[in-house]
Design a protein around this ligand. Sequence first.
Ligand code: 5GP
Length: 117
Amino acid sequence: AKKNQSGRNIFDSIVEKQIKVDVLYEDDHCMAFKDVNPQAPTHFLVIPKTRIQMLEQATDEHESILGKLLLTAKRLANERLPNGYRVVINNGPEGCQSVYYLHVHVIGGRQLTWPPG
Ligand code: 5GP
């Protein structure tokens, strides 16, 4: 269950442009792109350009980038999902995190349900 939690992974390669994704937004600090396996009509991810393994690894030094990730998620969602959306960060094995590079999911475009499974 603890496999591949440190080390480089696919999102490092995406930030470095070694893997092509559908980019929705990019600036000096973060990048947003479509999820390759969408769970709803709209599903994209927002990631920092400097690696943070998972939310659990974030510290006070990441306060600014954490704010930027959420505000970027909101702005892109606001442009695409006027009827609402969900913002999710999966953390650790029981949180169903599969890529150990911090990412914010934005999901919408259909009626979502709560609570999640
Ligand atoms: P997690 O379960 O770690 O929160 O979510 C990882 C997400 O990354 C999944 O929704 C998965 O579909 C997405 N993903 C994994 N590899 C790639 C990739 O190479 N390209 C894109 N666009 N999304 C990916």
